[in-house]
Design a protein. Structure first.
Length: 527
């Protein structure tokens, strides 16, 4: 049996689909992955039609995060017009909002797809597409009749899954009117990879022990539970050794919600093996209260260069009472000291545009952030009300959120309010200046706005890139070769980022495409 797995993501990091494809092949079936980056057209491209006709799959899978909902809905419509192949939807958005997704696909996969897809293929082989499958977590809509199989908590041992290839030979992508095999055209693959393919993303655990009110994990854990499953060091190293064969990969970006969830033995063994066989700089994500000095220093010794840490708000009230995130700012300060001590690049993540936050909360956040040890960098994300999270449920009840907004707004598209700009400036300006600007609307004068606006413009285009350059070089122990490699191989994406900063055009393409689709295909946006 043959399965075509489609991603509509803007880039080629399709970890979930790679895992599924590897497992489908392992079970004796055939699989292909097809990247249709942001595909949101009125008609099915002839190249896609030809590719699918030639491959003749028995099942088509579409993967989606919330932001890919409309493209997925549209593609499903287009595929139905041309093919009679059953369509299964899966991915984070399907798991968090299955009721709505069931209106569009023949099958839904709630939760992990590695075992589900081969089971659906087996079902199609033995029973055909007219019979409802009895597979845990699979919802169906056949001949207008809906069925919902309850999900049984996934206990899949991650080490039992086949290790995925870095660039599998069955990975294809639509590029300028043609479908290419990425393995045969690695330069094309790199053009769709983030940072020009210089940074490989991987994940060593699944799950998160926290239950923060805004996070998609809060609804995912209703299905998966809050237990964190980890891969063995050997299993991770096997993936990394395959990645290491590509000389273009200069960094490893570990996507785990908290890499520090691994115990000291795991980290020790990982560091020894990583240094011996991989020896590339890497970045990890951390939760302040789980940051551990000993683990941090071991990781630094093995090549740790960037620590991405969620802070979300500098107000304990907002973190505790609104976000259900029981982490005091005092713990953040301690964690920041450690990151600074180990000389990794500190990259802190904050949430803004929170309708429950008062002006005083925001002023407190800015104050707190201006107290953190400099230099550091900060990224601001728009509070997105993902389906099924406790905060979304509250906001829907309070009628303060457009229930559809999360489907079309990137988290990086923040509101450029006065206080958001001051928060953005906090890492780059002296504390006294931030204090001067950090004022409520009632006492602000025109001069405050002019000053903040000009500093923001200036900092985004010159200070921020300079601070980055310094921090990258410091995080690489001022190793000239590595610093130069990082800058030269990232020049394309770095330049693009700088240009976008100048033009303020980040994510414009996606927004424009969606706006155009709204005009051209209004029915797609009807409920
Ligand atoms: C790595 C990562 C990325 C990477 C790669 C994404 C990817 N698809 O792998 C990058 C950097 C590109 C990324 C970008 C974004 N991300 Co992201 N990302 C993650 C992260 C940290 C890990 C994902 C991962 O690798 N999981 C491990 C794999 C094995 O699991 P999986 O992808 O879920 O796939 C499994 C199942 O979902 C299912 N499945 C998946 N697809 C399919 C398809 C079929 C047919 C079937 C049957 C099953 C199936 O089976 C898979 C295997 O078990 C998650 C956090 C999380 N906990 O999931 C956030 C997360 C998925 N991202 C999120 C968001 C919001 C974004 C952005 C929109 C942020 C932004 N910039 O605004 C962008 C989207 C940009 C875009 N459209 O390209 C949210 C999604 C929320 C939502 N409801 O949609 C998450 C959940 C983070 C969070 N806690 O809120 N992200």
């Amino acid at each position: 049996m043959k399965c075509l797995l489609i991603s509509l993501q803007s880039n080629s990091y399709v970890t979930g689909l790679k895992y599924i494809a590897a497992n489908v092949l392992d079970k004796g079936h055939d699989a292909r992955i097809l990247l249709l980056s942001g595909y949101l057209e009125r008609d099915l491209h002839p190249a896609i039609e030809e590719f699918i006709s030639d491959y003749n799959p028995d099942l088509i899978g579409i993967s989606l995060m919330a932001i890919e909902y409309y493209p997925a809905k549209n593609l499903t419509r287009l595929l139905r017009e041309k093919f009679q192949v059953p369509i299964i939807w899966g991915g984070v958005h399907v798991t968090t909002d299955p009721e709505d997704c069931l209106k569009h696909a023949d099958y839904l996969c709630i939760g992990e797809g590695e075992c589900v897809v081969p089971a659906v293929l087996e079902h199609l082989r033995s029973e055909g597409k007219g019979v409802v499958p009895d597979i845990p977590g699979v919802w169906t809509r056949l001949n207008g009749k809906e069925t919902r199989q309850p999900f049984s908590a996934s206990e899949t041992d991650l080490d039992s899954l086949p290790v995925q290839d870095y660039l599998p030979e069955y990975f294809f992508g639509l590029h300028k009117n043609r479908i290419y095999n990425f393995a045969q055209n690695p330069e094309l693959f790199r053009s769709y990879a983030l940072y020009g393919g210089t940074c490989h993303m991987m994940i060593t655990t699944r799950g998160c022990p926290f239950n923060c009110g805004y996070c998609a994990n809060a609804s995912l854990s209703k299905v998966y539970g809050s237990k964190v499953r980890e891969r063995s060091v050997e299993n991770c190293l096997e993936e990394l050794k395959r990645v290491k064969k590509d000389p273009y990969v200069l960094y490893i970006n570990f996507q785990d919600d908290c890499f520090f969830i691994h115990n000291r033995e795991w980290i020790k063994k990982f560091c020894e093996e990583y240094k011996k066989h991989i020896s590339l700089p890497f970045m990890v994500r951390a939760i302040p209260t789980l940051l551990d000095r000993e683990k941090l220093f071991m990781l630094k010794e093995a090549g740790l260069s960037v620590v991405i840490m969620g802070i979300q708000s500098g107000s304990d009230h907002v973190n505790f009472d609104i976000y259900n995130r029981k982490i005091k700012f005092q713990s953040v300060m301690k964690a920041a000291e450690l990151i600074s001590e180990v000389k990794a690049l500190p990259y802190y993540e904050m949430i803004v545009d929170n309708p429950y936050e008062t002006e005083d909360d925001m002023i407190e956040t800015i104050n707190s952030m201006s107290r953190l040890r400099k230099p550091y960098t900060v990224s601001l994300a728009h509070l997105t009300f993902f389906p099924g999270t406790p905060l979304t449920e509250k906001a829907l009840k309070d009628k303060i959120v457009d229930p559809e907004a999360y489907l079309s707004r990137f988290m990086v598209n923040i509101d450029y309010t006065y206080l958001n700009k001051v928060l953005y400036l906090a890492p780059y300006m002296p504390r006294a200046l931030i204090k001067l600007l950090n004022k409520p609307a009632s006492v602000r004068r025109t001069i405050h706005s002019i000053l903040t606006g000009s500093l923001f413009f200036f900092a985004k285009r010159s200070i921020e890139p300079l601070v980055y350059m310094f921090l990258i070089s410091r995080s690489l122990n001022y190793n000239i070769k590595w610093t130069a490699r990082t800058f030269f191989s990232n020049w394309r994406s770095a330049l693009a980022k700088l240009l976008f900063n100048f033009l303020s055009k980040g994510d414009m393409e996606f927004n424009e495409r969606l706006a155009l689709a709204r005009k051209e295909m209004p029915s797609l946006f009807e409920k």
